[in-house]
Design a protein around this ligand. Structure first.
Ligand SMILES: [Fe+2]
Ligand SMILES: [Fe+2]
Length: 319
């Protein structure tokens, strides 16, 4: 049964259909957005049959299905319950966690109020730290799931996941993991102020374009510094992620320990994600080759102890 709703779009939030499961009744109404209306697609208590679910998975671009804002808590609870269900394999849990995070991150990045976006991101990062601490197999699957396509949401999420895993290996405690996770999620927030044609340009950037691109840590600082809930650590994650261990990075040309540990971590995970991810103009490198390149050809750019720890994260089972 379908009924048109008269509520405004602001009273809904987008979800990705791959966060639901076939044959599992949902505890909230599911809506489908047509060009003009929001229509009820599934009622609370109903479920999608396996065949229908398969078709939807192929077609859903992540832009069509919505829930009522008032059901946000119910959705979150539903997701948590699924992730904690013993019957799901660690890779199914990782898929689910990633799909729900991506939907959420997309919404967050469209949100003009960065202060609110940061508050909204906290529970997401806490979920990831929980998984990492209680279920290392799912975290390992999350790491191997990364690097499909390159676009900001994927990139931000992947850099955050890699950074959490690297910091855990380095022995960071929970409050620092949560702060770093947030900082990593927002490390490229300054790209909001870089012109879209520069961000999307397929060939090499000319000098003025490169100049503007290199200002994104500074832009990020300007966006974040005015917000009351921002810690110096989050600012450092953003402002110092393009510094280089050797002292020839940007914007401040800091060297070695002068660079905040979060900046040193994200310098590694950011490059690693860019190298291993398929973009329209490059062929992705394998994790092994990327790490070797960072260790050998780009020697001097990264904290050598952290590069060692990153090798451990990627090629040794997370414990
Ligand atoms: Fe960046
Ligand atoms: Fe980045």
């Amino acid at each position: 049964m379908q009924a048109t709703s008269d509520k405004s779009i602001n009273e809904y939030f987008k979800i990705r259909i791959d966060t639901l499961r076939a044959e599992l009744p949902i505890p909230f109404d599911l809506f489908f957005k047509t060009t003009a209306h929001m229509v009820t697609y599934l009622r609370a208590g109903d479920h999608l049959n396996a065949e229908k679910f398969k078709t939807l998975l192929l077609k859903d671009s992540g832009q069509h299905f919505y829930l009522l804002e008032s059901d946000r808590w119910a959705y979150r609870h539903f997701m948590k319950e699924q992730i904690q269900i013993g019957s799901l394999s660690s890779s199914e849990k990782a898929h689910l966690l990633r799909a729900s995070a991506l939907g959420f991150i997309e919404e967050m990045f469209e949100q003009p109020d960065v202060h609110k976006a940061l508050d909204d991101a906290k529970p997401l990062i806490q979920d990831f730290v929980d998984v990492m601490e209680s279920d290392p197999a799912t975290m390992a699957d999350l790491i191997s799931l990364s690097s499909h396509d390159f676009y900001t949401y994927n990139h931000s999420l992947d850099v955050s996941i890699y950074s959490l895993a690297l910091a855990k290996t380095l022995g960071f405690d929970r409050p620092h993991l949560e702060e770093l996770g947030l900082g990593a999620l927002f490390h490229d927030i300054g790209k909001r102020l870089v012109k879209l044609e520069i961000l999307l340009k397929q060939g090499a950037l000319d000098e003025p374009e490169w100049d503007q691109m290199q200002r994104h840590p500074q832009f990020g600082l300007e966006i974040l510094v005015t917000k009351p809930n921002i810690t110096p650590g989050i600012i450092a994650a953003c402002f110092e992620h393009h510094e280089s261990w050797a002292g020839n990075g940007y914007p401040q040309k800091l060297a070695g320990d002068e660079i905040h540990p979060y900046g040193r971590i994200i310098a590694i995970t950011d490059t690693f994600d860019a190298m291993t991810t398929k973009r329209s103009y490059n062929t992705p490198m394998t994790p092994q080759a990327s790490l070797e390149m960072m260790r050998d050809k780009l020697k001097g750019r990264y904290d050598p102890e952290m590069i060692k720890a990153m090798t451990h994260v990627l090629f040794t089972q997370l414990t």
